[in-house]
Design a protein around this ligand. Structure first.
Ligand SMILES: [Zn+2]
Length: 387
């Protein structure tokens, strides 16, 4: 195994040992300090470290050269695994792969940024001028607290970003992501004895009728799914319930489709007399549009070919990431640059060992050309703005 991969794995073991479930502030803070130490050791004096406190823990950034910082390399150090997960799901190096909580999502991706940049700096200390590394503490819960720091990069001149969520088992690069909308519909009627339904207003009946109308809002041809994911209703077998709540998960390729579904939900009315309902938007994430990744993917493909590296195929990402937010802010963005693997958020999480060296090499090959591209691009105002 190459010395660089051996060193990478030693740092990965240390970073995984610093468990960092989103919202576990003591653990997250400890992990931030471990990350800062590893990063500053690898990047040396060329990198200026800042740790900006937020309600979810510190945003860790390194800046190179002087403003404007046009290109950001983006990751997160929080994970979906609670403290103590390591006792039942330990970090392990096995033939050809590494297992452990938060390895693929995405501590290996964060280290790929640091090792790729360290390789570039060895050859040319000025290679990263105008680049900022941004690693946040709360991506797994929507980057709510770190969003001002991410958006603030645009004020510093950001036009382009490379996001290091791990590549899936197909080893592609993520050129688009569907947006996500989660909605609760809360029904309010009044309880009644099961033998005297006429004395109440049955919220569960209203939920069932409302739920039956939901599938018609989906549009598979446009990539729009609308799915019932949770129903809460009822207390005993012989009470007609006065309260019920239905949760809906909607994914769309465009902001317009997301709005169409929300408008459609608002237009459904309850037919049960005496039951009213409220629609509560729980989370709303914009799509990462393919148009926002196209110039970056093109430049990355050319740079990979010049470096005699395989050109990863474009793929539609599963779920939401900081790339979704950046794209909506008008930043040109490519995702999935971390090493190949899978099993995110489960005790099957893994990273492909061979892919670590490949993605470090890819990073070293592309950051310069993408940095050049970033100078020619401008933020697209209103690229994915939701009404
Ligand atoms: Zn992630």
């Amino acid at each position: 195994m190459a010395a660089v991969v051996t060193a990478f794995l030693a740092d990965l073991r240390t970073l995984v040992a610093a468990e960092s479930k989103t919202g576990d502030l003591i653990a997250v803070d400890r992990c931030a300090r471990v990350l800062a130490t590893i990063g500053s050791r690898l990047l040396g004096p060329a990198a200026r470290l800042t740790m900006t406190p937020t309600a979810a823990g510190p945003v860790v950034q390194w800046r190179f050269g002087r403003a404007p910082w046009r290109l950001a390399l983006v990751g997160h150090y929080d994970t979906a695994h609670p403290a103590g997960t390591l006792s039942s799901f330990p970090y392990e190096e096995l033939p050809g792969l590494v297992r452990g909580p938060g390895t693929h999502d995405m501590k290996a991706g964060v280290l790929t940024i640091l090792y790729g940049c360290a390789a570039l700096l060895r050859d040319d200390p000025a290679a990263l001028d105008g680049v900022v590394i941004h690693v946040c503490p709360d991506e797994e819960e929507g980057s709510v607290a770190s969003m001002p720091a991410l958006g603030g990069l645009i004020d510093d001149g950001l036009t382009t970003a490379l996001v290091y969520e791990g590549a899936d088992e197909h080893d592609g690069l993520v050129t688009s992501r569907r947006g996500g909308l989660w909605v609760d519909v809360a029904f309010t009627g009044s309880d009644a004895h099961g033998s005297r339904p006429q004395d109440g207003a049955n919220a569960l009946q209203a939920l069932a009728e409302f739920g039956a109308a939901i599938p018609s809002l989906a549009d598979p041809a446009r990539g729009t799914t609308v799915v019932l994911t949770r129903a809460i209703a009822g207390t005993t077998i012989n009470t007609a319930p006065g309260r019920a709540t239905l949760t809906i998960d909607c994914r769309t390729e465009t902001a317009e489709e997301q709005q169409r579904v929300l408008d459609g939900l608002t237009a459904i009315y309850s037919r049960v007399p005496g039951v009213t309902h409220d629609i509560v938007v729980l989370h709303r994430f914009p799509p990462m549009a393919a148009a926002m990744s196209a110039p970056v993917y093109h430049t990355v493909s050319q740079a990979a070919r010049r470096a005699r590296l395989a050109v990863p195929a474009p793929r539609v990402g599963a779920g939401i990431s900081d790339a979704s937010h950046l794209s909506a802010l008008g930043v040109h963005v490519l995702d999935g640059l971390g090493p190949r693997g899978g099993g995110d958020h489960s005790s099957a999480e893994w990273v492909d060992l061979a892919s670590i060296a490949t993605r470090i090499a890819l990073t070293a090959a592309i950051v310069g050309p993408v940095g050049e591209l970033a100078r020619t691009l401008v933020v697209r105002q209103g690229a994915g703005v939701l009404r």
